[in-house]
Design a protein around this ligand. Structure first.
Ligand code: SF4
Ligand code: SF4
Length: 398
């Protein structure tokens, strides 16, 4: 009881801090941004707050201009047209490229570096985040504060007595059932690896419970808009609550557990837990929901049985499909796999995506147009591709 009260006090303090930061950092930007939009002129981000850190000698600077390329608007999407790429802001002295921070072209493996949602205005992408946070609508701002309030329960004291786990398989089933009862539609267990961590969240638990909550596809098809942004915040609030509750349940059994949210890379964890595969649009695609889910995770040392990554045929499908690449307004999605921190993978050009994402308070067109996101289609796609792959492998072995 005492611990819960302390958590509530901590949550209230955090909320106050966030509100003050929003108010002080966002007020001037929001005023200028709205005036600039109405007048059809641009604000210069360099004029706000601390200086933008310059790239080191030899490091490429970020190029935030949209790329030329093939464009079309999918009939799935509900807005009459996608918002323009003629941004109401500019950066005159751009910082080091976000693709460099992400390790695009690097052949050696290394953990990811924090890049966005860092709350550090001195970070190379801090000015863009500063704008993203500053221009939220009142509704989005309240939704964010509600999420902040939930974070007070992410970690806490565990029960002094540890219950023995004699059957990790039964315990795994119990934890998965609980996660689903709380609202998840998919859940898997992965080993915690440094692919999932950034310097912001140095966890050292052996296991990750990764889960997904279904998104409201109807709202997602209105992206980018305040309607889709608010729905996304509500969905993340749902994943935050589930993470906190599952972590609390495990701590009540005397084992360590912490909701893994800020600074945790959800997609590599979910892929390792067998929930789906990476798509060309840079998000995970699951067989049942495509990319219409939000992910959450809990790190723990409770003995659990691991799941394994599953090939559902995404690479083969994405190699031939271009729905996301041609619908992305600034043309940020690479059509072929790239080398990123020592791994060949699908990759979205950070510098090209992020200005559009920021100006529109979030985006997500790429996940809305993905054919796998139409409920019921992924299973059929996967069955066909995997049957073809098996036939080709059988023919090669005969
Ligand atoms: S979120 Fe997707 S569609 Fe939107 S700009 Fe980024 S890559 Fe393009
Ligand atoms: S839209 Fe097509 S190419 Fe893009 S991620 Fe989905 S399946 Fe892959």
């Amino acid at each position: 009881m005492r611990e819960r009260i302390q958590q509530d006090i901590k949550g209230a303090r955090q909320l106050l801090k966030t509100s003050i930061r929003h108010w002080t950092s966002g007020r001037e930007l929001r005023k200028e941004f709205n005036a600039a939009q109405q007048a059809g002129r641009r604000i210069v981000l360099d004029d706000f707050g601390p200086a933008i850190p310059a790239p080191e000698p030899g490091q490429p600077a970020a190029d935030f201009t949209p790329k030329p390329g093939q464009s079309r608007k999918s009939h799935f999407m509900k807005l009459d047209e996608y918002p323009s790429t003629n941004y109401a802001f500019e950066v005159q002295k751009p910082p080091v490229s976000g693709n460099v921070i992400n390790g695009l072209g690097e052949t050696e493996h290394r953990p990811a570096s924090p890049i966005f949602h860092t709350w550090q205005f001195g970070h190379p992408m801090g000015k863009l985040e500063f704008l993203f946070q500053g221009i939220r609508t009142k509704g989005e701002w309240i939704a964010l504060l509600k999420r902040q309030w939930n974070t007070r329960r992410f970690t806490g004291e565990k029960a002094p007595e540890k219950i023995a786990v004699e059957d990790p398989a039964a315990m795994t089933e119990q934890i998965k059932a609980l996660t689903k009862e709380l609202g998840a539609c998919m859940v898997g267990i992965a080993p915690l690896t440094d692919d999932m961590l950034t310097e912001e969240l140095p966890l050292d638990h052996p296991y990750i419970i990764s889960f997904g909550v279904e998104m409201d596809r109807e709202a997602a098809l209105y992206a980018p808009s305040e309607r889709s942004a608010l729905t996304i915040q509500a969905e993340y609030r749902g994943t935050d609550l589930i993470s906190a509750q599952v972590a609390q349940h495990i701590r009540d059994m005397g084992w360590d557990a912490q909701a893994a949210i800020h600074g945790f890379l959800q997609i590599p964890a979910a892929i390792e837990a067998g929930l789906g595969q990476l798509g060309k649009h840079g998000s995970m695609i699951s067989k049942d929901l495509g990319s219409m889910y939000r992910l959450g995770a809990v790190a723990t040392n409770l003995p659990l049985v691991l799941d394994a990554p599953e090939d559902i045929g995404i690479d083969e499908f994405c190699a031939r499909c271009q729905a996301c690449t041609t619908n992305c307004p600034p043309n940020a999605i690479f059509d072929t796999k790239q080398m990123v921190r020592g791994r060949e993978r699908w990759y979205v050009d950070f510098d090209t995506c992020i200005p559009y994402f920021v100006e529109n308070h979030g985006c997500g067109i790429c996940i809305g147009v993905c054919p796998w996101s139409e409920k019921g289609r992924g299973e059929t796609f996967s069955l066909k591709i995997m049957a073809k792959k098996k036939a080709a492998a059988d023919a090669a072995n005969s």
